[in-house]
Write a protein that binds this ligand. Structure first.
Ligand code: NAP
Ligand code: MG
Length: 481
């Protein structure tokens, strides 16, 4: 017998959303010179939440000019100790306003409130606290005494973890002494605008943080601006390639965090019940909109049937629906475009001969939804084994020996993350040495910590975010300049 859950909706009234928002430039919200606006919606209901400014070249130039001025007149003149005070203040304000920010993130993005509240927001605050601690210790970052900031950083982020990606970008940049212009993704600008308000509340000097909203063209204008010293981009490999090409031959420093197609490897001696939880969080956390998602399950052949039976049983207990309900496990797909991409790739799984399974679940009438989906009988040639789906779709393959697991895991143009489930510590170390992935989790998955560097090999990009390496991406010895 199973118990039904009563509805447990989080209150929407903790946030007041205005009908329209300007750009955050030089410490103020200003109307866009472009005069253009676009709408942001709640993907769970398709309700319009607000109108957002679409910055053009003139707006981007104003923001970069403000960031340059702030860098030269104020931010680069402050000691690390003084910069740290602002970052600690921002971190504390994020904690104080975390309920409001979590609600806003869920409304604008479609992710379950449980995840926004318990994963995204604590990590966002932790990032600011962590890099606040570094601001007065840059001499110990590994570049020798007196490393210098780069100047103005242009930062472009995706929609899957809007505020968390903002924190990964802004916290190390400011700690190192840079000023920033950040462009959030078109479908998820609201929490970045709230963050702008937090900067004002923290009395951060004007122009140190600027937020320009808009689509791909706004992002292009920002990264191609001539007075930018550093580009930090997180998003698709396709756009990352275009940015790398545009930055080639300039003195701009570049870090790219791109896509992934991680293998989650289950050996026959793994604790199966724990592994099932790891498989579920690996691919169904955040609707699978996770660059390091464990989207390829590699199961040792002799436990395949046992693992699949237990996994299917577990998936029947997941609740899909209203992201604002505190009991919801799987929320909405972020946009109709993304739903289209997931649908197209999953349909290719059917037509190429893989076997599809989903638990019985009712999809809401409005909004964008995709049921948790598992494909078995997948081969390495199938598109669903090669291409990033970025949705709640798991492709299951098998292997017999550790060597075969390594070969299959590494058979991808990406190299962002991997998971290993086994009882043997020696096997964990041996596998981790051979997997070409920036992050390897052992007997867990999708764990993040600000002290731990994150980034990829091959087409997953270059550079690291988090930890000490994350700081180095925003510093120079001075000799390089
Ligand atoms: P995307 O299309 O590359 O967009 C990422 C950001 O770049 C958005 O803000 C986007 O604006 C902007 N943009 C688009 N075209 C641009 C251009 N020509 N120049 C500069 N900026 C441009 O990626 P997405 O589909 O939103 O995000 C999903 C991808 O991000 C996945 O492939 C995922 O693996 C990757 N990702 C990687 C990481 C990581 O840390 N490695 C983390 C999260 C996501 P719009 O919003 O207007 O399109
Ligand atoms: Mg939205």
């Amino acid at each position: 017998m199973s118990f039904e859950y009563a509805p447990a909706p989080e209150s929407r009234s903790v946030v007041t959303i205005e009908s329209s928002y300007g750009l955050f430039i030089d410490g103020d919200f200003v109307d866009p010179a472009s005069g253009a606006y676009f709408k942001t919606i709640n993907p769970a209901t398709e309700e319009v939440l607000a109108e957002i400014s679409e910055a053009n070249d003139v707006d981007v130039d104003r923001a970069v000019t403000a960031a340059r001025r702030a860098y030269e007149r104020t931010w680069s003149k402050l000691s690390g100790r003084e910069r740290a005070k602002y970052l600690f203040r921002i971190a504390r304000l994020i904690q104080e306003r975390s309920r409001e920010l979590a609600v806003l993130e869920t409304l604008d993005n479609g992710k379950p409130i449980r995840e926004a509240r318990d994963v995204d927001l604590p990590l966002v605050a932790a990032h600011f606290f962590y890099y606040a601690g570094w601001a007065d210790k840059l001499d110990h970052a590994g570049l020798g005494p007196n490393p210098r900031a780069l100047g103005v950083a242009a930062q472009v982020i995706p929609w899957n973890f809007p505020l968390l990606m903002l924190s990964w970008k802004i916290a190390p940049a400011l700690a190192a002494g840079n000023t920033v212009v950040l462009k959030p993704a078109e479908t998820t600008s609201l929490t970045a605008l709230w963050f702008a308000d937090i900067c004002r509340q923290a009395d951060l000097p004007a122009g140190v943080v600027n937020i320009v909203t808009g689509g791909g063209e706004t992002g292009r204008a920002l990264v191609e601006h001539g007075d930018v010293n550093k580009i930090a981009f997180t998003g698709s490999t396709q756009v990352g390639r275009a940015i790398a090409a545009a930055a080639a031959g300039t003195s701009k420093k570049l870090t790219l965090e791109l896509g992934g197609k991680a293998a989650n490897i289950i050996f026959d001696d793994a604790p199966i019940d724990q592994a099932i939880e790891g498989i579920v969080s690996g691919i169904f956390f955040n609707q699978g909109h996770v660059c390091c998602a464990g989207s390829r399950l590699l199961v040792q052949e002799n436990v395949h049937d046992e693992v699949l039976a237990a996994l299917k049983q577990r998936l029947t207990t997941l609740r899909l629906g209203d992201p604002m309900d505190k009991n919801t496990d799987i929320g909405a797909i972020n946009s109709s475009e993304q739903l289209g991409r997931i649908t197209e790739l999953a349909n290719a799984g059917d037509s190429e001969g893989a076997i599809r399974w989903s638990p019985a679940c009712d999809l809401p009438d409005r909004g964008f939804w995709y049921p948790p989906t598992v494909f078995t009988g997948v081969t390495q040639a199938h598109r669903i084994a090669r291409e990033e789906i970025f949705g709640p779709v798991l492709s299951v393959l098998t292997f017999r020996t550790p060597a075969e697991a390594v070969e299959k895991a590494n058979n991808t143009p990406y190299g962002l993350s991997a998971g290993i489930w086994t009882e043997k510590g020696s096997r964990i170390l041996q596998m981790a040495q051979q997997l070409r992935a920036g992050v390897v989790w052992a007997n867990t998955f999708n764990r993040f910590d600000p002290t731990s560097p994150f980034g990829g090999y091959k087409e997953s990009g270059y550079g690291r975010e988090g930890g000490r390496p994350g700081l180095l991406a925003y510093l120079t010895t001075g000799a390089e300049r």
